[in-house]
Design a binder for this molecule. Structure first.
Ligand SMILES: NC(=O)C1=CN([C@@H]2O[C@H](COP(=O)(O)OP(=O)(O)OC[C@H]3O[C@@H](n4cnc5c(N)ncnc54)[C@H](O)[C@@H]3O)[C@@H](O)[C@H]2O)C=CC1
Ligand SMILES: NCC(=O)COP(=O)(O)O
Length: 359
């Protein structure tokens, strides 16, 4: 597989803010399915109506993985400025400067620097107006932790990175993980923490701040004029009047009262077990859930291939497929790019909405 060199067609200043900016797609864990679904997405760019994007990785590694998969696609070493122009004819790969060598399905902390460099670069390019938004391929948290990474996942890391681009003294944004699909949108109020820690980490203030960000971003970025939120209880039957746990009354109900007092259409705490059937889903735009699996199990059951992980609350747009690295099927040719395609389309849509709003 040859990697061609793309001819520069414009300067950063000329393309920044032009409205035709490509999306910056990170490589994710190179031992997983990220490279494969990125290539498959590019191959389906017309049938999936995908916006232009470039992949941040090692072009030689991507070419090697393409050959291993038997994927016949042209790969062009590009810059963010050449990417949109080459996208029609080749997959643009912007070199992160890290050489990647890894066996599919055998993750190693030795690739952590390249994985993180792609994320850092995607964020830098987006803040610089050289990419429209960040789309991340999945990372395996434990692989990065083994290399010294101290953030739970992308969501928190992107908030920390964003803080560096904000005016001095601006507090770091609260990043709000949202899993969105046409059928359901869910928000885990607590994210990547042990289940045993959830009750002590759940506070009225956290629920209120999370819901305010969701309501604001659903309005401004998703174009929902008056977002309807539901809030799940923590305990069975939302606590059964306190008999099955006190958090629903002591922590969640006051948050909902505060939200309603602030003019936000929020209902709850509602028993989580009856919140996700079709008729219930028709009654709200997003469900705030108290912990990771309460949110992610229903959406991955209903919409595994359509759902997108989108981080609300950030000054930039970031989306990701809903699934993980899928090491068990890496480079076997069977990974589906559907969720990544949905993530690319949603990122472009949200970035365009944001650009129109701020122009
Ligand atoms: N956005 C991100 O960076 C995310 C990263 N992860 C990470 O992924 C790693 C693995 O997590 P798991 O819980 O095993 O979830 P997973 O989503 O990687 O895999 C679960 C199952 O779904 C299958 N699968 C996943 N995506 C698929 C696709 N596109 N096409 C066909 N089959 C697919 C896998 O083969 C596996 O059988 C973890 O280390 C976790 O930290 C998990 C979720 C999101
Ligand atoms: N389970 C969702 C997930 O792991 C995604 O996390 P993040 O890396 O987007 O923060």
């Amino acid at each position: 597989m040859n990697v061609t060199k793309a001819r520069p067609t414009g300067t950063p200043a000329a393309s920044a803010g032009s409205g035709a900016l490509p999306l910056a797609l990170t490589q994710g864990d190179p031992a997983g399915i990220g490279p494969e679904i990125a290539m498959k997405a590019w191959l389906r760019r017309k049938s999936e109506a995908l916006p232009p994007f470039f992949l941040l990785s090692d072009p030689a590694f991507i070419a090697t993985r393409a050959a291993r998969l038997g994927l016949d696609l042209p790969i062009a070493a590009a810059t963010p400025e050449t990417a949109a122009a080459v996208f029609a004819a080749a997959l643009p790969v912007v070199d992160t400067g890290h050489s990647v060598t890894i066996e599919p399905g055998a993750p190693s902390a030795s690739t952590a620097a390249s994985t993180l460099a792609a994320i850092d670069e995607a964020v830098a390019l987006t803040f610089a107006g050289r990419a429209a938004a960040v789309v991340t391929n999945p990372i395996a948290k434990h692989v990065l932790y083994a290399a010294g990474f101290r953030h739970p996942g992308h969501t928190e890391y992107l908030a920390a990175l964003s803080a560096a681009y904000l005016p001095a003294g601006t507090p770091a944004p609260l990043p709000v993980m949202t899993l969105w699909s046409p059928a359901l949108a869910v928000v885990p109020v607590t994210i990547h923490i042990a289940l045993a820690e959830v009750p002590s980490r759940l506070t009225t203030a956290l629920i209120v701040e999370t819901a305010q960000i969701v309501a604001r971003d659903l309005q401004s970025r998703f174009g929902i004029p008056a977002p309807r939120l539901v809030v799940a209880g923590l305990n069975p039957h939302a606590g059964e009047g306190g008999a099955m746990g006190g958090e629903d009354i002591a922590i969640i109900a006051p948050a909902i009262a505060a939200l309603r007092g602030a003019g936000i259409d929020a209902r709850g705490p509602l028993p989580a077990d009856t919140l996700f059937h079709a008729e219930a889903r028709a009654g709200y735009d997003a469900a705030l859930c108290m912990y990771h699996d309460q949110a992610l199990i229903p959406i991955k059951t209903i919409a595994f291939d359509d759902a997108v992980n989108v981080t609300l609350g950030l000054p930039i747009v970031r989306t990701s497929p809903d699934h993980g690295t899928a090491f068990d099927i890496a480079a076997r040719g069977i990974a589906r790019p559907a969720s990544l395609c949905a993530a690319l389309r949603l990122a472009a849509h949200l970035a365009a909405t944001e650009a129109a709003r701020s122009s």
